[in-house]
Design a protein around this ligand. Structure first.
Ligand code: NAP
Length: 370
């Protein structure tokens, strides 16, 4: 199978290559690597010998591929996808960007949750498969066992999203900001007699001053939190918040829409998105049963006991980064009423939130083609 990769050096693309190498997915594929910035340069080494990068804007070179997997971003998809289809390319397009997600012809891919729908779509001849929004995918990975009962009336999700969710440049800037805070407060930190308020004043001065690089985030992210992700849409929602309900419902294929809404917040974590969930049930379900339902959904989710040591050890971005597990913890009934439960879940948004569904889509496609 001839497979072209675009966006392979960005965050999602890098993790995709890492996972494909680990799972030996490159075996048996004829791979071509494309670039928007370095055509003619060296292609990445996937154990198939040296190769050159092709031009990611060359429609003929792209149309030579049976499958295109792009992690390049929405602007690229917007420019290239319609042009390719228009010139008659009928290959399979697999994409991490949000551009095509709500198109009627596009199938959102998260196979532990909607694997049957994906396989049916291939049988039906569909050829546009898109990874869903990272927080949406991670929420469904954690909660699908419970949602499948039909007993969830609505979900409110308050997110804590890592810098890597916005790509490689945002990650660099977060660490640069951390360094700047460290450099400017080092003389105070080195003196054990420094009062905490003095240290705090210095850090605040750095966070609000001109020395901090803020090109990517527009403000301090290190030592702070940014309660806004993406652009404004309707009713005061950001686009990131809007995606939660529309994409979750598209993946679940529910006939009666499940309301999902909340606030999306960027925090200074490097990798892994966390979410605090309020879940309204239609009827009382005992917590033991909730646990059994969540644990039983698939092999990548498990309930973390609602205890301090377990929560700070297993339910944090630092603990989950680089892992395919999507733990769900802090599970309990709320004081709001017997049908309200709360939960906290963390997942690596570069894995299940981005690269993993794409590599698994390629695997499903290969199975389908036999
Ligand atoms: P990214 O890291 O910014 O990479 C995108 C492209 O930026 C790369 O392919 C590369 O293109 C270019 N680039 C410029 N400077 C770079 C640098 N210093 N290091 C690496 N690449 C650089 O974006 P991403 O986070 O992978 O996201 C790609 C798409 O996936 C977006 O549509 C995003 O919305 C979506 N997505 C991301 C996540 C996530 O957690 N990050 C999750 C789900 C979906 P050239 O090599 O052609 O120059």
């Amino acid at each position: 199978m001839r497979v072209g990769f675009i966006g392979w050096r960005g965050m999602v693309g890098s993790v995709l290559r890492q996972r494909m190498t680990a799972e030996k997915d490159f075996d048996g594929l004829a791979c071509a690597f494309f670039s928007t910035s370095n055509a003619g340069g060296s292609a990445p080494d996937i154990g198939h010998g040296p190769g050159l990068l092709l031009d990611a804007n060359d429609l003929d070179a792209l149309a030579d591929q049976e499958v295109l997997i792009t992690c390049q971003g929405g602007d690229y998809t917007e420019a290239i996808f319609p042009a390719l289809r228009q010139q008659g390319w009928r290959g399979v397009w697999i994409d991490a960007a949000s551009t095509l997600r709500m198109e009627d012809d596009a199938v959102l891919v998260l196979d532990p949750v909607n694997g049957d729908a994906i396989r049916q779509a291939l049988v039906d001849g569909k050829n546009t498969f898109i990874g869903a929004n990272c927080t949406v995918s991670l929420m469904l990975m954690g909660l699908s066992g419970l949602i499948r009962t039909g007993q969830v009336e609505w979900i409110s999700s308050m997110t804590y999203q890592a810098a890597s969710g916005a790509g490689a440049r945002g990650m660099r800037e977060l660490v640069q900001q951390m360094r700047q805070i460290g450099v400017e407060s080092a003389h105070l930190l080195n003196d054990p007699a420094t009062a905490a308020l003095t240290l705090d004043a210095q850090v605040s001065q750095t966070l609000r001053g001109d020395s901090l690089s803020t090109d990517q985030w527009g403000a301090a992210l290190a030592g702070s939190a940014l309660p806004w992700i993406d652009r404004l849409v309707d009713d005061g929602q950001t686009r990131e918040e809007w995606k939660a309900m529309v994409e979750a419902n598209k993946i679940l294929g529910l006939s009666t829409p499940l309301p999902v809404d909340g606030l999306c917040v960027r925090i200074g974590a490097m990798r892994c998105h966390a979410q605090a969930l309020t879940i309204k049930l239609r009827s009382h379900i005992a917590m033991d049963e909730v646990t059994t339902l969540i644990n039983g959904a698939h092999e990548w989710t498990r309930v973390v006991p609602n205890a301090q040591a377990d929560s700070v050890t297993h339910l944090t971005p630092a603990a989950v980064a680089g892992s395919l597990n999507v733990p769900v913890g802090r599970l309990r009934k709320m004081k709001l009423g017997p049908n309200f439960i709360t939960a906290f879940t963390v997942g690596d948004q570069l894995l299940w939130g981005a690269a993993e569904p794409l590599r698994r889509m390629l695997g499903i496609l290969r199975e389908h083609k036999g």
